[in-house]
Design a protein around this ligand. Structure first.
Ligand code: CMP
Length: 179
């Protein structure tokens, strides 16, 4: 059935080609009976809850010090089995934006420097999809301090691309909720 008002297709239950659950996420384009269909929303709340829990979405951000390494970081993200479902390059143009993003660190001695650093150049925010996405991505980026990462986990992204405790190159959500 085609919903004219909302321009959406509701399909009858039927078997379709080689599509797996991993292909089904918001923004993905699947081919059904030779038609390319973009997934724009969930059919109901039950499906939304099921898929969001199973898909394991997380938020990642390439920070200003790694702006020029964004391509290599994206390659590494794909090579480690993540799907990038959304991506936006942007800039924290007002101090308040960086303060709000790192609200839970307010009061820490490095908070003001963190704000200056986050406004210093372009950042790239991404929504990533992989099973257990939050923990998988935290594992891929490694310890917060890039100097520790270089010693303890040399193949993590912060070891390879970051410099120190602050300029660690990549942020990974601790909860999946900060986007
Ligand atoms: P991130 O994982 O994005 O979350 C908080 C950020 O604060 C962290 O990466 C670093 O950029 C910065 N940070 C955390 N601990 C320190 C520290 N001890 N000194 C300076 N910056 C820090």
């Amino acid at each position: 059935m085609y919903d004219l008002k909302n321009k959406r297709i509701f399909m009858k239950r039927m078997a379709v080609g080689p599509i797996s659950v991993q292909d089904l996420y918001l923004g993905s384009i699947i081919t059904v009976h030779s038609r390319q269909l973009k997934i724009v929303d969930y059919g109901d709340i039950f499906t939304k809850d099921k898929f969001e829990a199973a898909a394991g979405r997380t938020f990642a951000m390439v920070k200003p010090d790694c702006y020029t390494q964004t391509g290599k970081i994206i390659d590494a993200i794909y090579a480690n089995g993540f799907i990038i479902s959304k991506l936006k390059m942007s800039k924290f143009t007002k101090p308040q934006q960086a303060d709000d993003f790192y609200e839970q660190h307010k009061g820490k001695p490095f908070f003001s420097d963190l704000n200056t650093y986050m406004q210093s150049d372009v950042v790239t925010g991404m929504e990533l999809v992989k099973e257990d996405g939050v923990n998988s991505f935290r594992g891929l980026i490694g310890p917060t301090n890039s100097q520790d990462a270089k010693k303890e986990a040399p193949y993590t992204l912060r070891a390879m691309f970051g410099a120190d405790a602050m300029r660690n190159g990549i942020h990974g959500s601790a909860t999946g909720a900060d986007y």
